[in-house]
Design a protein. Structure first.
Length: 305
């Protein structure tokens, strides 16, 4: 069981290559509202990223930046420059077109991308991350460097299906960015979902829950599988995830059920059994507590939207 892959898949995390920014001379732009996580890869030249309550940070060739919450931000050629809202930026990000900034010869190339994720899923990686993740190019020669170089070549020499390739590279970049960030800054991962991957006991515990969500798990049976005491499991599980094993399992089951309610025509009985409930009544009660809606109401509302 690959926990990260499982959570990203159930969470509906999908990347889309956005604006291809070409800038030269003096330039600046800002995004005040972002509907999804924002990502930038600097393929050549430099830029400055500014966020409220953060010092401006310089972005160098090969750097990648993730703003998981879509925080309002600005990019510019130097710190302190005016960064007006860019009326063309949202359209360029949506359609993957070239966004030309500044009047001088192009020196900076940036790929902007966005990541959407399912707001109905509570077990999200993105929602628990810090406001900004900045990985510099000098990160020890990881695969992240190689993927940014591939990205740079694809942008420089677009061919048939370039958009398709860029979107796949953006998905790969997210996983590689999270790998590097977790390896280089494990202390910063505390309080995020990724912290489970740094605990060898809890990562195995979660893998078992994810692998068999319908199994009649108890804290006792899970502890037995791990050959540790019930109290040790409870203490470590709560310290890492912020929840007891039973509470986490219920959240995960309701996330799986919510996705199936939205995306399939499976009966309530089939969905209930797939997540460990022997009756539709018991499942409906648990789902209503989790989502403040009955399963049928949730299905209708999510499909209507």
């Amino acid at each position: 069981m690959d926990l990260l892959a499982d959570v990203l898949a159930v969470g509906g995390v999908r990347g889309t290559a956005g604006a291809r920014i070409e800038a030269g001379g003096t330039w600046g732009m800002s995004w005040q509202v972002m509907g999804a996580a924002a990502f930038y890869a600097i393929t050549s030249g430099t830029a400055w990223l500014s966020l409220r309550e953060h010092e401006p940070r310089q972005l160098m060739p090969g750097d990648v930046v993730l703003l998981p919450g879509g925080t309002p931000h600005a990019l510019s050629s130097a710190p302190g420059l005016p960064t007006p809202s860019c009326p063309r930026c949202d359209e360029a990000m949506a359609h993957g077109s070239v966004l030309r900034l500044g009047a001088d010869e192009v020196q900076t190339h940036i790929l902007g991308a966005s990541y959407e994720y399912d707001p109905t899923v509570s077990t999200q990686v993105m929602a628990t991350l810090p406001r900004v993740l900045h990985i510099r190019a000098d990160n020890g020669g990881t695969c992240l460097d190689d993927t940014v170089r591939l990205l740079s070549r694809e942008l420089a020499y677009p061919q048939v299906a370039t958009t398709f390739v860029l979107n796949r590279l953006v998905d790969i970049l997210l996983v590689q960015l999270l790998r590097v960030w977790l390896a280089q800054r494990p202390d910063e991962s505390r309080g995020t979902w990724l912290s489970v991957l740094t605990d060898p006991v809890i990562s195995v515990a979660l893998a078992k829950l994810h692998q068999e969500p319908a199994r009649a798990w108890t804290t006792e049976s899970l502890a037995t599988e791990l050959t540790i005491s019930r109290s040790t499991l409870t203490r470590r599980f709560r310290a890492v995830t912020g929840a007891a094993p039973a509470d986490y399992l219920t959240r995960w089951r309701m996330d799986l059920a919510a996705v199936r309610l939205r995306d399939t025509d499976d009966t309530l009985d089939a969905i209930a059994r797939s997540v460990g409930y022997t009756s539709v009544y018991a499942f409906s009660r648990a789902f209503r507590r989790s989502r403040s809606q009955a399963p049928g109401q949730f299905r209708a509302a999510t499909r209507a939207s």
